[in-house]
Design a protein around this ligand. Structure first.
Ligand SMILES: NC(=O)c1ccc[n+]([C@@H]2O[C@H](COP(=O)([O-])OP(=O)(O)OC[C@H]3O[C@@H](n4cnc5c(N)ncnc54)[C@H](O)[C@@H]3O)[C@@H](O)[C@H]2O)c1
Ligand SMILES: CC(C)[C@H](C(=O)O)[C@@H](O)C(=O)O
Ligand SMILES: [Mg+2]
Length: 355
């Protein structure tokens, strides 16, 4: 089993280090780790945010554990050299079109949510975000206009792209509450019209799943008003990016939410995938031992489940995280004062008590 570890920038290495301590504690036989450069750190060392050797390392692995990329010092670089191109490049080059972003409350921690506890208690949603298309990967550029320089970005989805993410989402909904909400902006966008018609067509293969549709502006409002109404959400790249950050505040902190990015490639151990927190490099707290490593540790749990076929270990890691949160071990993002390292220590100790 090979895991490529790309820790990246800012708090990326800080939170990834804690996930690696947890992985070490599991002592999985036959596991080899490879470390590669991504993001601003890769740009400084190699002149590119996603060097060829990093991409090759990912291709040769069974899974990628990713930290975060992004650095304000790179804000003025041309787009293709920006750190964010590392994660966008990995997602597209590796065909990772399905981004699973679960957002469920931790029992007893409702008071940590930005919502009223009685509303927060109900949140248990899986956001299935399409990851290889949309306005992210359409043509873009700058041109002259009567109003001065004009930036433009083309948004599109074709039926094949919608079909494959819809199948992923319907299958995920089958394993959950059998309710799927497709989020779009079909009242305005042609992209969303094709999206909606295609999702409706795919629904014929899943008669047990109740499908409904919601415009993204309403979905954002409903996410804070009554998040418990959602079971599984399927949406495009941009809307999924935004709604998942929003869902994290409903749970309590962006430092709590993990993600899996999956494609079609199967290995002898499971589905090849890339696993990362939904948060970024958080330059405002980088280097201060303040970052919450829970999202990174829970990303490792998703890696164990989906790419290594290690459900038992995945559950153990999740229980350890739930355990330390139930004991009130929080960092500053949740109103506590535990450092990144102390939260990692607590998770590792808790793991030892769970068989
Ligand atoms: N996948 C990725 O690598 C990824 C994801 C999002 C943003 N980014 C990049 O990260 C940089 C910063 O972006 P941003 O500030 O918009 O988003 P961010 O997610 O990095 O931070 C947003 C806010 O949440 C806080 N936060 C984030 N993670 C936290 C954690 N684990 N513990 C405690 N607090 C945490 C930060 O301190 C900040 O206040 C940018 O360069 C952006 O492009 C990268
Ligand atoms: C860094 C950025 C390109 C990325 C995205 O927009 O997908 C991030 O916000 C995320 O959620 O992983
Ligand atoms: Mg995001």
């Amino acid at each position: 089993m090979k895991i490529a570890v790309f820790a990246g920038d800012g708090i990326g290495p800080e939170v990834t280090a804690q996930a690696l301590r947890v992985l070490d504690e599991l002592s999985l036989p036959g596991l080899t780790l490879f470390e590669g450069d991504v993001g601003a750190v890769a740009y400084r060392r190699h002149g590119q945010p996603l060097p060829d050797e990093t991409l090759e390392m990912a291709r040769a692995a069974d899974a990628v554990l990713f930290g975060a990329v992004g650095d304000f010092s790179c804000d003025d670089l041309p787009r293709h050299l920006r750190p964010e191109q590392a994660i966008l490049g990995l997602r597209s080059e590796l065909g990772l079109f399905a981004n699973l972003r679960p957002a469920a409350g931790f029992p007893g921690l409702e008071h940590l949510s930005s919502l009223k506890p009685e509303i927060a208690r109900s949140i248990d949603v899986l956001v299935v975000r399409e990851l290889n298309g949309d306005v992210y990967f359409g043509d873009k550029g700058e041109r002259a206009s009567a109003g001065g320089r004009e930036g433009w970005d083309a948004m599109s989805y074709n039926e094949a792209e919608v079909r494959r993410i819809a199948h992923t989402a319907f299958r995920a909904a089958m394993g959950r509450g059998k309710r799927l909400t497709s989020v779009d902006k079909a009242n305005v966008l042609e992209t969303s019209r094709i999206w909606r018609e295609t999702v409706i067509d795919v629904a014929k293969d899943y008669p047990e799943v109740t499908l409904d549709h919601m415009y993204v502006d309403n979905a954002a409002m409903q996410m804070v008003k009554a998040p418990g109404q959602f079971d599984t959400i399927v949406t495009g790249n941009l809307f999924g990016d935004i709604l998942s950050d929003q869902a994290s505040a409903c749970v309590g902190s962006i430092g709590l939410l993990a993600s899996a990015s999956l494609g079609e490639r199967q290995t002898e151990h499971g589905t090849f995938g890339l696993y990362e927190p939904i948060h970024g490099s958080a330059p405002d707290i980088a280097g201060q031992d303040k970052a919450n490593p829970v999202a990174a540790v829970l990303s490792l749990a998703m890696l164990l489940r989906h790419s290594l076929g290690r459900e038992d270990e995945a559950v153990r890691v999740e229980r350890a995280v739930e355990g330390i949160l139930a004991e009130g071990i929080f960092g500053g993002d949740l109103g506590g004062n535990a450092t990144t390292g102390e939260i990692g220590d607590a998770i590792v100790s808790k793991l030892l008590t769970i068989s």
